[in-house]
Design a protein around this ligand. Structure first.
Ligand code: BES
Ligand code: MN
Ligand code: ZN
Length: 497
């Protein structure tokens, strides 16, 4: 399906283009679907038997030029058992449905109906979200198209439903979420020669058109604040480091905000402790945490969330250079604590140490959640299925876990503790920036915790979930935009009251 799609909601009468319908196990169809497919007689049953299609969740059956209908193609998507479907499954079904529409098709109609009848507005919105995310592709830098991959200039997908006006209303929230995820994916996919800290800050500043207040701190401002750890990471780069503070005040005046903080290493070469060449190109995505925070702020502002939120991102480039920091250097953070640099490739925690402290001190948030592609160790531990969650507050951990199960962006709680904390004590300074090979994701989290005090806080290590994403029904891109849906759900269902 083409990237530039128009989505619409319509009635079940007169479908146009490729027709996608849903069926339950044992080929049960809804009433509007049965009516629309009456002219094809037993074609569906015979095709299903020939293809051993039974309607299992996520499976599909393709019938080209179905006789009896004037439509070019009929796609039947299985939903398994309707009673077992959660919100995240319906999002997935939207992805499966959109994925079955060929790129070259100028129009498609998706019948938003299960065997029991038409979908509710919220379910329709989930279907739309999945379809939008599935059809995302990043081809800004492709100047040629493969034959057969040409897109029609105006392609449209219509969701047939019983109450298009109600669907349109429910779609407003999910469309804002989709735009937030797409923005995060775009930022992550951009190469580092285009998206350096200054350019990233400009793109974040564009959120002001949605009513987000944006402040950009430059190096001079950060020097005045004493952000010695963040500045040390960026000092070997030709690009100036930035911190961007975004504020959305949709909640009651004067109530404390919630805060989201993102690691924005626009490129991580490792610095003088340089990384091996293989795979280094992926380190253009070492700003995925920051991208997620920007995408989240966009989603919350676009749907006018009734909540006060601060988004803060630390933007740097980690490069080897005559001016770069060295192993053995000791830096002083804004909090006053000192850090001995053992390995310049453990830079994300240095950036976050200063931004966490700054946000905590200035905004006194109800809670802080930071996102970071922080360690390779978390990929070893959890693969790409769960993000690592480190949390000093059981209630917050529980809410994050729940929001993760609901959205499918799942988190797995990891331990924190005094024994791990000891591993980053230093001979020369208050702490060192690495704790050795064992428990590498945990010792990184321990360093962050030294900068949050008593504020309820969670650190999400998204190195496995954000980049090089496995191909799923709702994402075919290298970047997933992981975290936008999770945190939007956390704010909406668990805090916005
Ligand atoms: N950005 C990397 C972590 C990373 C690795 C993210 C792979 C995504 C994919 C981080 O800055 C890093 O280099 N971490 C080191 C820490 C080590 C030097 C203590 C690591 O994980 O090896
Ligand atoms: Mn690194
Ligand atoms: Zn990094």
């Amino acid at each position: 399906m083409p990237a530039a799609l128009k989505f619409g909601f319509t009635s079940f009468a007169r479908p146009r283009g490729v027709l996608v319908v849903f069926c339950e196990e044992n080929l049960q169809l809804g009433p509007a679907t049965q009516k629309a497919l009456a002219p094809i007689g037993d074609l569906l049953r015979r095709a299903a038997a020939a293809d051993r299609f039974t309607g299992k969740m996520g499976s599909s059956l393709d019938i080209v030029a179905p006789s009896g209908l004037t439509l070019p193609r009929l796609v039947v998507v299985g939903i398994g058992k309707e009673s077992e479907l959660k919100s995240r499954d319906i999002v997935r079904l939207g992805g499966v449905a959109a994925g079955k529409v060929p790129t070259s098709a100028p129009s498609a109609t998706i019948f938003a109906e299960f065997a029991s009848g038409a979908l509710k507005p919220a379910q329709l919105a989930d279907l739309g979200l999945g379809a939008r995310l599935r059809t995302y592709s990043f081809d800004l830098y492709k100047t040629k198209r493969k034959e057969g991959d040409e897109r029609p200039s105006k392609a449209e997908v219509n969701f047939a439903c019983s109450n298009p006006a109600a669907a349109e209303k429910a779609w407003a929230r999910n469309s804002a979420i989709a735009d937030g995820v797409v923005l995060a994916r775009d930022l992550i996919n951009e190469p580092a020669n285009v998206l350096y800290p200054g350019e990233f800050a400009r793109r974040a500043s564009a959120l002001s058109t949605l009513g987000v207040g944006v402040e950009v701190l430059d190096v001079a401002a950060m020097k005045r604040l004493g952000m010695g750890a963040l500045l040390a990471v960026g000092q070997g780069s030709a690009h100036e480091s930035k911190v961007v503070i975004m504020r959305w005040n949709g909640g009651k005046r004067g109530t404390d905000p919630v805060a989201f903080i993102g690691k924005g290493v626009c490129f991580d070469s490792g610095g003088l402790s340089i990384k091996p060449a293989a795979g280094m190109e992926d380190m253009k995505g070492d700003m995925a945490g920051a991208a997620c925070v920007v995408g989240l702020m966009r989603a919350l502002a676009a749907r006018k969330a009734k909540v006060n939120v601060v988004g803060a991102i630390g933007l740097v480039e980690n490069m080897p250079d005559g001016k770069a920091q060295r192993p053995g250097d000791i830096v002083t953070t804004m909090s006053g604590q000192t850090i001995e640099i053992i390995n310049t490739d453990a830079e994300g925690r240095l950036v976050l140490a200063d931004v966490l402290h700054y946000v905590n001190k200035r905004f006194k948030p109800k809670f802080m959640i930071n996102l970071a592609t922080l360690t390779g160790a978390i990929i070893v531990a959890l693969g790409q299925e769960y993000a690592g969650m480190f949390c000093n507050d059981d209630k917050l951990a529980e809410r994050l876990t729940k929001a993760g199960e609901e959205t499918g962006e799942r988190v797995w709680r990891m331990p924190l503790g005094a024994e791990y904390d000891k591993m980053i004590d230093s001979k020369f300074a208050d702490m060192k920036n690495t704790g050795g090979r064992w428990g590498g994701a945990i010792t990184a989290a321990q360093l962050l915790q030294r900068f949050v005090n008593k504020t309820p806080w969670a650190h999400l290590d998204i190195a496995g979930t954000a980049l090089g994403s496995p191909q799923t029904d709702i994402n075919k891109s290298w970047s997933s935009g992981w975290g936008v849906r999770l945190l939007e759900r956390l704010v909406e269902d668990h805090y916005e009251r």
